[in-house]
Design a protein around this ligand. Structure first.
Ligand code: GDP
Ligand code: MG
Length: 445
């Protein structure tokens, strides 16, 4: 999502940056292209118009046009306005209550139940005790779906009893959650195909019983302009403390979803970009802006890595690597951590668009190749004895043949792994040497 918008904006700014000096006309022309790119990406008409107007006003001053780098200045102003458009500062859930409570709402299929599971997973990982409440009693499979997710995540769930109404269920769950056993309770409510009186009535009654601190709309970013209308309808009917945009991994244009804060004034709290429990990220307006402008969402990747990688462990690894003490057991550990970060193609998506001139297919191919190689290496190391993993140098030809047979790979594959490992060792030696030289140089500067 947002790839086309990103490409169009980058192209415009590349042209603009080529000028040593900018006239008002240059800026106006560029901003006209920006507006077209926004509309093309399905950004709300009024939002696009006001956006361009604001950027234009901020760019017409002497400080921009007569600056040494006028093109960059314009890009900076566009970036700043984009950040504002997406909500300015990052907003969090209010998790202060004892327990904190979150009511998820939305249309059918918007991703409420999946998101309930993802939130539970996220908060459980940060050490909170989470209770899920299955409030969608109309769809027969809905309770079962949440129940499976609760099992996966490893948290408790409250299910409706036969004949129980939704508000009664809410009341029962709210009481249970207040007994001190939980830090967060998440209500997964039922949806409709559209916002209607029945839904509004049900949600109002439910929220009166449960008094949730966070009333959050789960919004499918792929439904286009309708998303803005849906958000307005929910906001006016029930009140919203925030939004979660789902399905950002799809190939819809997504611009409407980006307009949703500007139109409704509700903060976007998180975004979903896949069906797995890990595919939920906090929404940072500044990072989204830099991702769209093609500066790469490096920070967001670093954060994701921090959640998966144990910091102490990482420091130890780094030290081992620098001292060339890394063995194959460590190597295996690293492969397994990489796998936890999700598909490699997702990681590629985080990197700046210009850093690697690869199109979608090439990225996909590269990602698949790396994943296959990791899988291969993993199986080979797993077929080694603990002693062999600690002492790779002792793995001679007969051991290699045995290892290859053990994991159903070829001798050449085993050789490739050992070679790769050896190269890693050499590289770390060089890095260490370079570090020493740098320290040496510093003394003189
Ligand atoms: P609900 O009716 O609002 O509870 O929606 P569900 O949670 O049942 O989700 C509907 C479908 O959308 C399911 O197939 C989910 O796996 C899928 N889904 C939810 N969130 C995402 C997402 O961020 N990305 C993708 N690709 N699929 C999602
Ligand atoms: Mg559901």
């Amino acid at each position: 999502m947002f790839e086309n918008l990103s490409t169009a904006l980058q192209k415009t700014f590349k042209n603009l940056r080529g000028y040593g000096k900018l006239s008002e006309k240059n800026v106006k022309d560029a901003l006209r292209e920006v507006r077209l790119a926004l509309l093309e990406a399905d950004v709300n008409f009024k939002v696009a118009r006001d956006f361009v107007k604001r950027v234009q006003e901020s760019c017409m001053g002497e400080d921009v046009l007569n600056s040494v780098t006028p093109g960059q200045q314009v890009v900076k102003r566009v970036n700043d306005e984009l950040v504002e458009l997406f909500g300015g500062a990052h907003k969090e859930f209010d998790l202060a209550g004892k327990p904190a409570s979150v009511m998820l709402m939305g249309l059918h299929g918007s991703g409420k139940t999946t998101t309930a599971g993802k939130l539970a997973n996220r908060w459980k990982r940060s050490g909170r005790r989470v209770l899920l409440v299955a409030c969608d009693i109309r769809r027969p499979a809905a309770v079962e779906q949440l129940s499976i997710l609760a099992g996966q995540v490893g948290c408790d769930i409250v299910k409706p009893e036969p004949g129980e109404t939704v508000p009664a269920l809410g009341k029962r769950a709210a009481q249970l959650s207040c007994e001190g056993k939980y830090d967060v309770v998440i209500y997964d409510t039922g949806g409709r195909f559209q916002v209607d009186d029945e839904l509004v009535h049900e949600l109002k009654e439910f929220s009166a019983e449960t008094e949730p601190k966070n009333t959050v709309l789960v919004l499918d970013a792929a439904i286009g302009q309708e998303s803005v209308n849906v958000a307005e309808a929910f906001r006016d009917a029930v009140g919203l403390t925030g939004l979660i945009l789902t399905k950002l991994d799809g190939d819809a244009r997504g611009g409407a979803a980006l307009s949703v804060h500007a139109v409704t004034g509700c903060p976007i709290l998180m975004t979903g970009s896949g069906e797995k429990m890990e595919d939920l990220d906090p929404f940072y307006p500044d990072r989204m802006a830099s991702r769209i402008l093609g500066m790469g969402d490096v920070i967001s990747f670093v954060e994701k890595a921090q959640g998966v990688v144990d910091q102490d462990e990482a420091m130890k690894m780094q030290e081992k690597l620098m001292n060339n003490q890394l063995d194959l057991q460590d190597f295996l550990g690293q492969i397994q951590q990489m796998k936890k970060l999700g598909p490699i193609s997702n990681l590629f998506d985080m990197m700046p668009g210009n850093a690697m001139k690869l199109d979608g297919k090439q990225k996909e191919a590269m990602a698949t190749a790396s994943e296959l190689e990791m899988k291969k290496f993993e199986s080979i190391i797993q077929s080694m004895t603990p002693h062999e993993r600690r002492h790779p140098k002792e793995i001679d030809r007969s051991r290699r043949l045995r290892i290859a047979a053990g994991c159903g790979r070829k001798l050449a594959d085993v050789n490739q792994l050992l070679k790769r490992f050896e190269q890693m060792g050499k590289m770390s030696k060089q890095v260490k040497k370079m570090g020493k030289r740098l320290r040496h140089l510093k003394k003189f500067t």
